[in-house]
Design a protein around this ligand. Structure first.
Ligand code: NAP
Length: 290
């Protein structure tokens, strides 16, 4: 690899790009909004085109499909500066249908596409212990597997383009439902006088406890929701999961309820807070005072 471009320096992009560069890969990073964060040992490009020019592989870690569309296929998008034979690895969570469309459009420019979204939040991104869920050709996977391994404890090749996106949406459906279910019961614990702390203490001794609940516990106890995973991103993922289910005429009643719950929280201005803030919305619905 002569040059690797990394586009998107949000909560996840910063630690993931750093891990790649720390393993000796020649990484050039770019973010739409200049960042004051130290990205050593990465090179920092002043423009998108400078970042992707002559890159063998371009990683994307952006908010959503609209951001990917704009960055890659927009008027001055990356596709216009990429060399033939380059590979785009989209690690952002976007839809299965969007992913397949992106791959077809990239192929028109002789650029290959791979979806490689991740499970795990900022902590695992910093520790290099994410779970990568990849979709794409065998040859593309073979080409980038060592790069993905610098960020992850496991790297799964799940099938053709779109397979990684599909698995990611299923996994996040579980995450959404788990956090919403705990929040709903905690809201009633508050209202009925048992209290959220005692509820979490008891839950932590049962089989229902999990690392995700342990991670969210301090946020719930302090009512401070600095985002590791913004609630608006979870709403987006549930909407994408619904769209995926529609393609298969598969009813997902629990996931549909979860989408309504997170949308309600977003309507209460909680979109930029951590997803655990869905608890505040459920307290309001339950009439529980915080
Ligand atoms: P984030 O902190 O909100 O960062 C989003 C990034 O996208 C920023 O670099 C932002 O640039 C860029 N961006 C958004 N719109 C853009 C546009 N139109 N043009 C160019 N750049 C644009 O998000 P994140 O938490 O890192 O998550 C990134 C992706 O990973 C999302 O798809 C999310 O669902 C997924 N994910 C997140 C987590 C997590 O725990 N956070 C875990 C797994 C997967 P600016 O700085 O200029 O706004």
């Amino acid at each position: 690899m002569n040059k690797i471009a990394w586009i998107g320096l949000g909560q996840m992009g910063v630690p993931m790009a750093r891990n790649l560069a720390k393993h000796g890969y020649p990484v050039t990073v770019y973010n739409r909004t200049p960042k004051s964060v130290d990205m050593t040992p990465c090179q920092v490009a002043d423009s998108l085109h400078m970042a992707v020019d002559h890159a063998d592989v371009v990683f994307l870690m952006l908010s959503d499909g609209a951001a990917v569309e704009h960055v890659v296929f927009g008027e001055s998008g990356a596709i216009h500066a990429l060399s033939q034979g380059a590979l785009i690895v989209n690690m952002s969570t976007v839809g299965v249908d969007e992913t397949k469309q992106f791959a077809l459009r990239a192929a028109e420019h002789q650029v290959e596409w791979m979806d490689a979204p991740v499970s795990g939040s900022v902590g695992p991104a910093e520790a290099g212990t994410l779970v990568v869920l990849a979709g794409g050709s065998e040859s593309a996977f073979h080409r980038v597997k060592p790069l993905l391994a610098t960020m992850a404890k496991s790297v799964h090749h799940l099938g053709p383009v779109g397979s990684g996106a599909a698995m990611k949406l299923l996994v996040n459906g579980m995450l959404a439902a788990t956090v919403a279910a705990a929040s709903e019961c905690m809201a009633l614990a508050e209202k009925s006088g048992l209290g959220r702390e005692r509820f979490l203490d008891v839950l932590s001794e049962t089989g229902m406890w999990s690392p995700i609940l342990a991670g969210k516990r301090p946020l719930w106890l302090d009512d401070e929701y600095h985002p590791s995973f913004a609630l608006k991103h979870m709403t987006k993922d549930l909407a994408l999961l619904s769209r995926f289910a529609v393609q298969y005429s598969a009813a997902l009643p629990g996931m549909t309820t979860a989408l309504t719950t997170y949308l309600g929280a977003q309507a209460q201005d909680l979109g930029d807070a951590d997803m655990a803030a869905v608890f505040q919305h459920l307290c309001a619905l339950a009439g529980a005072e915080l």
